[in-house]
Design a protein around this ligand. Structure first.
Ligand SMILES: NC(=O)c1ccc[n+]([C@@H]2O[C@H](COP(=O)([O-])OP(=O)(O)OC[C@H]3O[C@@H](n4cnc5c(N)ncnc54)[C@H](O)[C@@H]3O)[C@@H](O)[C@H]2O)c1
Length: 327
């Protein structure tokens, strides 16, 4: 649409309200409802009432924050997590059934319904069964968040086979399984949101964590391909790219040592949390060494909302300003 035309329609819409919008649509000057974020309305970027979400990796960390924040904004939420060991090729200590139960407690404290499912994203049959339970027990599905992942810190020259294969299998195949298990329903109903967790390490290389970095690049490729395919059904697919976030994935001295190694040779092997914070925070534009999971989840709410209808195939970075140092 020519810029003049677009201005005319926007001005007309403001002056005429809903009736004006309908007649403009009838005249073919505006897209159908499912292909627009619609008129400006207070809070439209956070309204999720009546929607149902499915979140993998929701036992703790960023997945929990997203699940609870979706609920706090009105969605019923199904949570899915292995809540146990994933692979020896994972640096984080395993999540537990108590972690998953705590996420459920926090969701229910918002007044929303929660369906808790223990399962493994590497098993597509378990995701398909979870999909069926969500439809049966929560009645519908609108939003799918693929958050579950593991991370391996190991230099290429030192890698065992599992350090590569397990990370790629879990993060890439597991995320693709999540998309493939839910896509037939979302595309069939001609509406829905896929939100995949990549990382800034899915944009650039990560010395010492190549299998993780490669898996997060692959998730961006999956997201962009799915966005190409699902757009015709009105289904959006996007990635959130967090910067460094304080979770079990990152909270241990060896990881802090790696952060200190960004600015010094031979960093201490067991630095304190305070030492690491004081080294890194001045280097980040918003002066935090790491973000909190609750800093990431508002982006998921926006991407889940009707207001994001015209966002698809894109990376959304939440990094405390680290993005400024990236192309
Ligand atoms: N923490 C960060 O700094 C950071 C930065 C960028 C991106 N991310 C991404 O955000 C997401 C969440 O990370 P986090 O920091 O909250 O990690 P986390 O380890 O705290 O949580 C990950 C959750 O995923 C679950 N999980 C892993 N593999 C699974 C499987 N096969 N089946 C089911 N559940 C499984 C774990 O049990 C755990 O509860 C990940 O995709 C991660 O790569 C994290």
């Amino acid at each position: 649409m020519a810029e003049g035309n677009r201005r005319q329609v926007l001005a007309g819409a403001a002056a005429l309200g809903a009736a004006g919008l309908a007649s403009a649509a009838a005249a073919g000057q505006r897209p159908a409802d499912a292909r627009t974020a619609g008129p400006i309305a207070p809070g439209r970027d956070t309204k999720l009432a009546g929607k149902v979400a499915f979140v993998t990796g929701a036992a703790r960390g960023i997945g929990r924050a997203i699940a609870v924040e979706l609920a706090a904004n009105g969605a019923d939420v199904a949570i899915f997590d292995i809540a146990g060991p994933v692979s020896p090729a994972s640096n984080a200590k395993p999540a537990t059934p108590a972690d998953l139960a705590e996420t459920q407690r926090q969701i229910e404290a918002t007044g929303r319904r929660c369906l808790s499912i223990k399962g493994d994203i590497r098993k597509i049959a378990q995701l398909r069964a979870a999909h069926d339970r969500v439809l049966k027990e929560l009645g519908r599905i609108d939003i799918v968040v693929a958050d579950a992942a593991i991370q391996r810190w190991k230099e290429l020259l030192e890698m065992e086979d599992a350090d590569w294969y397990d990370t790629i299998d879990n993060n890439v195949n597991g995320t693709a399984n999540t998309v493939r298990a839910f896509a037939p329903t979302l595309c069939g109903q001609k509406s829905g949101r896929f939100i995949l967790l990549s990382s800034m390490q899915g944009k650039h290389g990560t010395g010492g964590a190549s299998s993780y970095s490669a898996s997060k690049h692959a998730i961006v490729g999956l997201m962009k391909s799915a966005a190409e395919e699902f757009g015709k059904y009105g289904v959006t697919v996007n990635c959130i790219l967090p910067g460094l976030v304080d979770t079990a994935l990152t909270r241990y001295p060896a990881r802090w040592s790696h952060l200190l190694g960004e600015t010094q040779d031979n960093p201490p092997k067991n630095p304190s949390e305070a030492e690491t914070w004081n080294n890194r925070a001045p280097r980040v534009p918003l002066k935090v060494a790491w973000l909190q999971p609750e800093d990431i989840s508002p982006m998921a709410v926006f991407l889940a909302s009707d207001a994001s209808a015209m966002c698809s195939g894109a990376n959304f970075e939440v990094t405390g300003g680290d993005s400024a140092q990236d192309v």
